[in-house]
Design a binder for this molecule. Structure first.
Ligand SMILES: NC(=O)C1=CN([C@@H]2O[C@H](COP(=O)(O)OP(=O)(O)OC[C@H]3O[C@@H](n4cnc5c(N)ncnc54)[C@H](OP(=O)(O)O)[C@@H]3O)[C@@H](O)[C@H]2O)C=CC1
Ligand SMILES: O=C([O-])CC(=O)C(=O)O
Length: 441
């Protein structure tokens, strides 16, 4: 993995030393738990070398002055290594560093995702990144453990790691915000209660993004119920384009492709044009009408239409619940993979004729879906981080009826969180069937 031949480090890992020796952002209070790990700057001239003098090659010293933590600008440990000429040539062609925030960074999904981000698998082998990890008082120790593992992985593209508990600090200047942290729904907990608790998290994080993130930040909400959380988040961030907010339904798309491939006896890369419509819940609609296998409409390849309407649809809607039954916990690795897929779909051009699913703001949609929701729909991207809706998909009576059910569910969820979206007093009636998350059975 390492791109450079590295000299022997002269110091030990900062995270293996006492926490008082961690690099601390000079402008922050220690009590804010905002801790910062920084690599040497990228080379700017052909003959420049990233190297540290002996005095630089020491652990950082955090001096306290009037309660404020000040740091010297030294590098240390694994981040003070001298790169060889080959590495210089490589880093010269690197792009400008991007800042990526991840919430719930000590959770299970993040435990897979962060290493994919740091490896270059997501943003490419010439894209250096800074990771800004958001946790809480509960998880601050665990976040240090996460940072230690990142450090020990020697990822050349990972230039900074910050950990913190205040979104106004962690989200500063971020270009991507991957919002994963949310309270899991416990036994006996009402859906309305979960919407309220998690909604509050996303209202707060929306406000923080609005205040301090890059104005064109792209936000991917994973924490459930992700569609309504994304709506809450965007409503609290009026300065950020609503189009920049996504709810993760890519896991559902991947699950649907897998089921179709299994039934058709093909490898899953042969399945394309897979849309998930609606909510990331058991009302979601995996669209077999427009999906293709080897470029041929699915209904022509799989002639068991009863299976498509019932078996296939239900298996995708309830895949998360089945996995929890088997595994004893919800999908984490495949969710991280689907987050990677979702981001890559926005930063690389969509293959000709294909599309991907993502939960996006409905305003101006061509399908007649209620405005002012976050709804999963088919999208294409030029690879610039933005997307456009695919406009010419066919919607028959079967699809229309089911899409309407998911739409009704999202409209009901929206009423439950009116107090968090600035739309008045909440009124929560989610109906008799408690179907909110795919992970629930
Ligand atoms: N959209 C999708 O396709 C999928 C979404 N999910 C959702 O992703 C989210 C994260 O899943 P996963 O990483 O497995 O979960 P974990 O339980 O492993 O981690 C969740 C993190 O959420 C944070 N959190 C924030 N608020 C609370 C709270 N009030 N109580 C407890 N924890 C809280 C915790 O971090 P801290 O203490 O640092 O705040 C915790 O580390 C869940 O909401 C899950 O339902 C899961 C799979 C698929
Ligand atoms: O309900 C959960 O936490 C898991 C989930 O979203 C899924 O597996 O799709």
């Amino acid at each position: 993995m390492a791109m450079a031949e590295l000299s022997t480090p002269k110091t030990t890992s900062p995270f293996l030393q006492s926490s008082s020796r961690l690099r601390l952002s000079s402008k922050l209070h220690l009590s804010n738990h905002f801790r910062h790990l920084l690599l040497p700057p990228l080379p700017t001239t052909p003959n420049s070398k990233i190297s540290c003098s002996v005095s630089q090659n020491q652990a950082p010293v955090a001096a306290q002055e009037n309660g404020l933590v000040k740091t010297k600008k030294e590098c240390y440990g694994v981040f003070c290594l001298t790169y060889d000429l080959k590495a210089e040539e490589e880093t010269k062609s690197w792009k400008k560093l991007i800042n990526i925030a991840v919430s719930g960074a000590a959770g299970m999904i993040s435990n897979h995702l962060l290493f994919k981000l740091a490896s270059g698998e997501v943003f490419g082998p010439d894209q250096p990144i800074a990771l800004k990890l958001l946790g809480s008082e509960r998880s601050i120790q665990a976040l240090e453990g996460v940072a230690m593992e990142l450090e020990d992985s020697l990822f050349p593209l990972l230039r900074e790691v910050d950990i913190g508990t205040d979104p106004y600090e962690v989200f500063q200047d971020v270009e991507w915000a991957l919002l994963i942290g949310a309270k899991p729904r416990g036994p006996g907990m009402e859906r309305a209660a979960l919407l309220d608790i998690n909604g509050q998290i996303f209202a707060d994080q929306g406000k923080a993004l609005n205040a301090v993130a890059s104005p064109n930040v792209k936000v991917l909400v994973v924490g459930n119920p992700c569609n309504t959380n994304a709506l809450i988040c965007l409503k609290n961030a009026p300065n950020i384009p609503a189009k920049n907010f996504h709810a993760l339904t890519r896991l559902d798309e991947n699950r649907a492709k897998c089921q179709l491939a299994l039934k058709a006896g093909v490898f899953y890369d042969k399945v394309s044009n897979m849309t998930i419509w609606g909510n990331h819940s058991t009302t979601q609609v995996p669209d077999f009408l427009n999906a293709r296998i080897n470029g041929v409409p699915v209904k022509e390849v799989i002639t068991d239409h009863k299976w498509l309407e019932e078996g296939f649809t239900e298996s995708v809607q309830k895949r998360g619940g089945l996995l929890i039954q088997k595994w004893g916990r919800s999908s984490a690795a495949s969710t991280a993979v689907s987050i990677v897929d979702a981001i890559k779909s926005l930063v690389t051009p969509t293959p000709e004729g294909d599309w991907f699913s993502t939960g996006v703001y409905t305003n101006g949609n061509p399908y007649g879906i209620a405005e002012d929701l976050v709804f999963s729909m088919p999208c294409r991207s030029k690879g610039d981080g933005d997307y456009e809706l695919v406009k010419d998909v066919e919607i028959d009576d079967y699809l229309r009826k089911r899409i309407a059910k998911s739409e009704a569910e999202l409209l009901a969820e929206k009423k439950c969180v009116a107090h968090l979206t600035g739309e008045g007093i909440a009124f929560c009636d989610l109906g008799p069937v408690d179907t909110m998350l795919p992970g629930e059975v």
